[in-house]
Every structure is written in C-alpha cells, then in structure tokens.
Write a protein that binds this ligand. Structure first.
Ligand SMILES: *Cc1c(COP(=O)(O)O)cnc(C)c1O
Length: 449
C-alpha cells in the first residue's frame, strides 16, 4: 500500500505521493503530510554507517515511493541526483559542520530540487502532461529549482524573486539559464513574491494552466531533506546514539526534514531552529502565542527573511495542533513535547557577523551568514542545556562564495568561487521586471500560456 498524504487543514481527501507532489498545495490550501510516517528499524538505520549518501537516500525515500516508483528506478534517480560530496568537518571533538553546499547551485536547496525534478519528470512523462512550476524565492530556491528543472520535458519554470533582497551571485545562478526557465525580478519583498504565487494558485481564471509549486510547501521538497540527517548521524554517532542538529531556519523546510527523520525513527536529542530577526517562532515556542511578522525583517541571512514560516503548519500538525494557511492557530499544538524536542532562538545581524569571525579565528573554518546563525543558535542552546558527550551537527546551508561581500567584510578576503558556480556567473543574464502587483503578474502568466 502506498503511503497516503493528508492536508494540514483537514478538509481535503488523502492522496498518494504522486498526486501530492504534482499538486503542491492541497485543495483546502493546507500542506500535505504523511498520514502516518513509515519507520526504519534500528538495524536499518545502523546499516547506514557503511553506505554512501545516494544509497541512504534510496533506503529512506523508498519508504515513501513504494507502489509509486519502482525501486530500480528510484535507485538510479538517487545515484544521479546525489553525485556530489556532503562534507562533515570536525569543529571540535564531537561538534561537526555539515556542508550542504556542494550541489550545482551551492546551497542545501539542491538536495530537494534535484530529486523533485526527477520525480516530476517521471510522473509527467507517464501522463504526457505539461506543468508550469511557479516559485517564489528568497534567493536559493529559485536557482536550485531552475537548475534542477532546466530542460526537463513537460515543465516550464517561472521564478519570482525580490529584486533588492538577493545577492548578485544568487541572482546570476538563475537568470543565466534560459530555455524553459523564466525569472522575474519583483519590486518588493519575498513575502510579496510568495503572496503573488499563492494568489495565482487560488485564481479560477488560471485554472486552465496546470500550475505547480516547488516551494518548501511541496512535500517533494521535504522528504529528500530528511536524508542528510540520517547521513550525518551515521557518520558522527554510534548506532542508536542521539544527535543534536542546529539548523538555520526561514520557511522551516530544512528543520522539518529533521522532524521527519525523527518521526521515521532517527534518535535526535534536540533540533535547534536558529532564526534571524524574524523571530515569530521562538516567541511562539516561549509564549504559546503566534504572531507572524509583517512585513518580514531584512537580515544578513537573506534566505531566511521570512515573516511567517509556511512549514509551521506541518510542525504544529505533527504536535497535535492545527495552523491554517494565514498563520492562525486553529488548535494549539502540545507545547511541552514541542519544547522538549525543539529549541529556537533569534540571532541578530551583529551576532551573525561575530559568529563568522569567531568561527574563523577559533577553528579556521569559514561560515557564511546562514551557517553562522546556526552556530550561534547552537552555542546559545549549549549554554542552557550542556551538550556533554552528545554529537552535534551544525548545518551550513550555503557556500561562503555566495556571500562574498558579507564574508570579506569579516575575514578580510573573498572566498573562492566553486567550479560549479563559475560558469553561471560568466553567462549573460536575462530576466523580466515587475511591480509587486498581482493583476500584472496574472496578465504576465496569461500572456505566456
Ligand atoms: C532557504 C535557505 C535557508 C532556510 O531554509 P528553510 O527551509 O526555508 O528554513 C537557510 N539557508 C540558506 C542558505 C537557504 O537558502
């Protein structure tokens, strides 16, 4: 029996992986979650210690694709998607830095986008369908999605990004692709881009266009993001030994990957969700009162400038509550359990900069702003609840070369640009400009279909 997925709003029928993936958002505007999580046994997890990344990916993801994608095909997809290293650098004794920045666009978003594009391509080929993937990006999603779906038959990609909020290299990694990829610079904030995308999905006048989403609301983004937690634990911990993960968080898709891994049986002592000035979640965790931040606040870690993390609806659902798509808490989750499992804190830009400097001075390892938020969040947790002998993994989500200005200001030199990024940075850019105005966006979409 294939795993079924339910909506966090509870008003849509359950669907299988293929339907959940192609739809993105459930018809009741909730987010899809497995009805129940498949579990891995102690022995299955212990066996990961000797397996390469793509094989761990296969063993984790096959629990969700059973009856949907034949194992032999999934194995091929995992091998081709995960053909780059996942370094775990020693910080000190039992603290490690996991660099998720070796994929084609040098951020962790490649892990999900690469697998999702392969799944989409396969499902569309079966059906002979055409879809348009609409994505709002705060920087890294757009490039990861554009690269992953570039030239995938049956797919057209439209990426909206806030013109003034992303770095030059983030922009070039998506605007230099052409063919089936179109990028739009919006004169507004990430939240405006996301609102325009959401409105397009709900617009009956666009119903004839098969729209789909590759944002972290898509379950196809979430599942592959559980794999690197299994991988890290298999490399830094003994079988059965719990691990602490510190994760720089914006839309909370990455940290939800750790929650999924835990639900599937990975022993995790604490998940640290470190945020920038957009502190709605740590405030909620402390008070039980949720207030989204409108407009979102600009911070150095720009991929996390998210005033209302959409994946919170999933986190709340897993802990027995319900949050609708506007951020309204219909039912409070069970807070004691959430607080036992998850720690969250807000790191200012000043401390983000200090984190890059201190980490370099102490360990001669280079962080960029997002990884620095995770490092500072870890230290803050460690001051409250000492790590002791537990292994800890700090998640670095982007390559420092994506933030050359910020990094140079702190350490005095510009980080080397990895080979995979250099080609994109040299190619000519081409993108459209638009006001943060839904009516304009709608005519743009209609004119292109
Ligand atoms: C997207 C992104 C994040 C935030 O991840 P979420 O899943 O949205 O919480 C952190 N760091 C980088 C570099 C990113 O691109």
């Amino acid at each position: 029996m294939p795993i079924l997925f339910r909506s966090t709003n509870g008003q849509s029928p359950t669907v299988n992986l293929r339907e959940a993936l192609l739809a993105g958002l459930a018809p009741d505007r909730g987010l899809y979650l497995p009805e129940s999580f498949p579990e891995l046994t102690f022995e299955e997890i212990a066996a990961f210690a000797k397996l390469p990344y793509h094989e761990i990916a296969f063993r984790v993801l096959s629990k969700f694709t059973e009856g949907i994608i034949p194992d032999a095909e999934l194995a091929v997809m995992c091998r081709s998607a995960y053909n780059f290293p996942v370094p775990l650098e020693i910080v000190n004794v039992r603290v490690f830095l996991m660099r998720l920045d070796q994929g084609p666009t040098a951020s962790f978003k490649d892990f999900a986008a690469q697998m999702m594009a392969r799944m989409f391509g396969r499902f569309l080929q079966e059906d002979g369908w055409q879809v348009t993937i609409l994505t709002a990006t705060s920087g890294d999603t757009g490039s990861a999605v554009a690269h992953a779906f570039h030239k995938v038959p049956g797919v057209r990609v439209i990426v909206l990004f806030p013109e003034a909020e992303i770095s030059e290299s983030q922009r070039k990694l998506m605007t230099t692709l052409q063919d089936n990829v179109r990028t739009v610079a919006v004169d507004g904030k990430f939240d405006d881009c996301q609102a325009m995308v959401k409105q397009a999905f709900a617009d009956p006048d666009l119903a004839h266009i098969s729209l789909s989403s590759a944002n972290s609301i898509n379950i196809g983004r979430l599942l592959p993001q559980s794999v690197y937690y299994f991988y890290a634990a298999s490399r830094v911990a003994q079988a059965g030994e719990p691990v602490v993960f510190s994760i720089p968080s914006g839309n909370f898709g990455d940290m939800m990957g750790a929650v999924v891994a835990r639900e599937m049986g990975l022993p995790i002592r604490k998940i640290i969700a470190a945020v920038n000035d957009n502190d709605a979640f740590p405030k909620f965790l402390a008070s039980g009162h949720y207030e989204k931040i409108v407009p979102s606040r600009n911070s150095l870690s720009n991929a996390m400038n998210v005033g209302h993390p959409s994946n919170l609806a999933r986190l709340v659902a897993i802990y027995g509550g319900q949050m609708d798509e506007t951020g309204k808490l219909v039912k409070l989750p069970y807070l004691p359990a959430l607080r036992r499992d998850v720690f969250s804190t807000s790191i200012s830009d000043e401390r983000t900069v200090a984190g890059i400097r201190d980490f370099w001075n102490q360990f001669q390892l280079l962080l960029e702003p997002h990884g620095s938020v995770a490092w500072q969040g870890f230290q803050e947790w460690n001051a409250v609840e000492p790590l002791g002998n537990t292994p800890a993994v700090i998640v670095e989500t982007a390559n420092p070369a994506k933030f050359p200005v910020e990094v140079e200001k702190v350490v005095g030199w510009e980080p080397d640009v990895p080979n995979n990024m250099q080609a994109s940075l040299r190619m000519p850019e081409d993108f459209d400009l638009m006001d943060a105005d839904y009516a304009k966006f709608k005519s743009y979409l209609l004119a292109r279909h």
